[in-house]
Write a new protein. Structure first.
Length: 177
């Protein structure tokens, strides 16, 4: 796996953001836009970047969401986006506290299985710690062993499984202290 860094989305990556979006849509897998804010609904990179920026501040964050940071995971050797990950500053929200958690992530379909999700989560846990969080909730569908493996590799401790609309969702806590 090549080195990556997490950065906030910028117009420099506009073309690749749209390519990433198209590839996720074409893959049509369950929960394919986890951690991507509203990327599936945006028609332009500018629209998505503005939405991501608005989430960063309480005064611009929409009332149905919580303050969060959205990051693109960029491979250093070629500056290609390999994934998107978010960091919600708290989970005082009816969905996030039950099955959404503090962090969601998606890896580009043709980059899966290369260790990027594990590294993205590791880097974002550093962001969470810097934000002052003591522990984070991360969830995955029961039938998503790749995500479960990523969570466990980053210190996830299984708490329980909840059912949402007929889907079993496993809840894990990661202690940051």
């Amino acid at each position: 796996m090549s080195k990556i860094q997490l950065i906030r989305p910028t117009l420099e990556y506009a073309e690749d953001i749209l390519n990433f979006r198209r590839e996720i849509l074409a893959a049509a897998d369950a929960d394919s836009f986890a951690g991507c804010c509203n990327l599936e609904d945006c028609q332009t990179a500018e629209e998505w970047i503005e939405t991501a920026q608005n989430l960063e501040k309480e005064e611009t964050c929409s009332k149905d969401r919580v303050v969060a940071n959205i990051y693109i995971a960029v491979r250093l050797e070629d500056h290609k986006i390999v994934g998107v990950i978010d960091l919600r500053h708290h989970i005082d929200h009816p969905i996030l506290s039950v099955w959404g958690g503090h962090i969601g992530y998606t890896v580009r379909p043709n980059e899966r299985g290369k260790g990027y999700a594990k590294e993205m989560l590791h880097l974002n846990l550093c962001n969470a710690k810097a934000l002052g969080l003591k522990k984070v909730l991360i969830t995955c569908d029961q039938d998503n062993p790749a995500s479960e493996k990523t969570i466990l590799a980053n210190g996830g401790v299984y708490e329980n499984t909840v059912w949402v609309d007929g889907v079993a969702i496993k809840r894990y806590w990661i202690d940051l202290e």
